[in-house]
Design a protein around this ligand. Structure first.
Ligand SMILES: [Zn+2]
Length: 128
């Protein structure tokens, strides 16, 4: 039996924004930019993306039959030390995809997508 305690020496690099805070940002963006229309989602830091030649900040997964909630993964490698504003903008980007999908629209980087992306307003999150 293995006990899941990480020795101090192997601790993960300090994240500027905790996973709990990612949910706070998600909720604030949902209320301020989508009138709360984005379905509950899982949002987490990932070691698997944004490494090596892949400069992807984040990705998302949705499930056509809605058996599982959407998942947003953020690159720990590329974003761990970024500002809250930058991280919020990346979350917003992924949320636009989910919003379009949830509304039955094309959810790529369409004109609709870019139109929505222009509305990002960090101040409206009212983080203090
Ligand atoms: Zn995208």
């Amino acid at each position: 039996m293995t006990i899941g305690i990480t020795p101090e020496s192997q601790a993960q690099p300090q994240l500027a924004v905790s996973e709990a805070m990612l949910y706070v940002l998600f909720d604030k963006i949902n209320q301020s930019h989508f009138e709360g229309a984005i379905p509950n989602s899982r949002i987490k830091w990932s070691d698997r993306i944004g490494n090596g030649k892949n400069h992807r900040y984040a990705d998302f997964t949705v499930f056509q039959d809605r058996q599982f909630v959407p998942v947003i993964r953020l690159s720990k490698n590329l974003l761990a030390n970024e500002t809250t504003k930058k991280i919020s903008e990346v979350i917003f980007h992924e949320m636009i995809h989910i919003w379009l999908w949830n509304n039955g629209r094309s959810w790529g980087h369409t004109p609709d997508f870019h139109e929505k992306a222009k509305t990002f307003n960090f101040a409206s999150l009212e983080l203090t």
